[in-house]
Design a protein around this ligand. Structure first.
Ligand code: ATR
Length: 289
């Protein structure tokens, strides 16, 4: 794609940022649709966040993804936020429209669409969510609106109960939070239709770890792991061996990116193109195995 005087610049800010897949995924999508857009990665340290956002306005940068460690802190520099970003106190996407900066959080909707588009709609389903960190919260916010029930288990139980209480206050649903232990996990899994691992367990370099004993997994379960490095986590391998449906963390990454793409371009993202670009990049780094 030729760069012109009218090229719209988008990007991702974070620290560290060198391993981000977002430029690969977004540029593949822009090129596929012939859009005069360009996506770059910017290494922004915490002390420079405010200036980076000022720079976004001053330079007319059209859109940004925001990743660790800036998702929470960035909120105070934005003019408006969507309901997810408001509830979560964190944004992963910014749109610059005539110098008004709008913040969105597409992590939850990314997880929701990853399941829906892979034939496992969480609507009316019993969901068991492991973790209560930033990613888990975003997922919980989206799933709370859809699922029949939601159980959140976390190593630090108070984070799960505080999150469940906050969600119940908004949605008035059957959302419970509690301690993550082998026994609570096994017990709650018996009832669940969908299991989501939103902890960092299984992520490179601890690739052989899983919180879930293989014998607890069953064929009528859908398992989504938000870890995408490696693509096939230990949990995903065990779930597949048990006959369960598996949705990989790459799917969440792609659908989260697709939601950002739609916000910036107004167009539906070319999912297949994004998936291929992400998987190519991961396998070229030896991580797609
Ligand atoms: P992210 O933004 O990716 O969600 P995070 O906010 O640091 O990252 O959250 C990491 C999640 O993984 C948390 O739920 C964390 O549990 P605690 O809140 O109890 O720390 C969970 N986690 C990390 N390592 C874990 C482990 N070894 N066992 C169980 N949970 C773990």
């Amino acid at each position: 794609m030729a760069i012109s005087g009218k090229t719209r610049v988008c990007g991702v800010i974070g620290d560290p940022i060198g391993h981000t897949l977002s430029p690969t995924i977004q540029n593949a999508a822009f090129n596929h649709l012939g859009l005069d857009f360009l996506f770059l990665a910017f290494h922004v340290k915490t002390a420079d966040l405010e200036n980076a956002i000022r720079g976004m306005r001053a330079l007319g940068i059209h859109g940004l993804n925001v990743t660790m460690p800036h998702k929470n802190a960035v909120i105070k520099y934005l003019d408006e936020t969507d309901s997810a970003a408001k509830f979560l106190g964190s944004a992963n996407t910014i749109l610059n429209k005539n110098s008004t900066l709008s913040g969105f959080n597409t992590d939850g909707v990314g997880a929701l669409n990853a399941l829906r588009e892979n034939g496992a709609n969480p609507s009316e389903k019993k969901v068991l969510l492991l973790g209560a960190g930033g990613a888990a919260k975003a997922i919980a916010f989206s799933f709370a609106q859809e699922a029949e029930s939601l159980c959140i288990l976390n190593r630090m139980p108070e984070k799960a109960t505080v999150l469940a209480d906050a969600l119940n206050a908004v949605f008035g649903k059957r959302i419970v939070g509690g301690a993550l232990s082998p026994s609570t996990l096994q017990k709650n899994l018996q009832d669940a239709d969908i299991l989501v691992n939103a902890t960092s367990v299984g992520m490179h370099p601890t690739v052989n770890q899983s919180l879930v004993e293989p014998k607890w997994l069953k064929p009528n379960l859908t398992v989504m792991d938000i870890v995408y490095n490696p693509v096939k986590t230990q949990l995903a391998k065990d779930a597949k061996a048990a006959g369960a449906k598996v949705v990989s963390g790459v799917e969440m990454l792609i659908y989260q990116g697709a939601a950002s793409f739609k916000i910036w371009t107004g167009k539906s993202a070319p999912i297949k193109v994004m998936r291929k670009a992400a998987l190519n990049k991961l396998s070229s780094k030896g991580e797609g195995k």
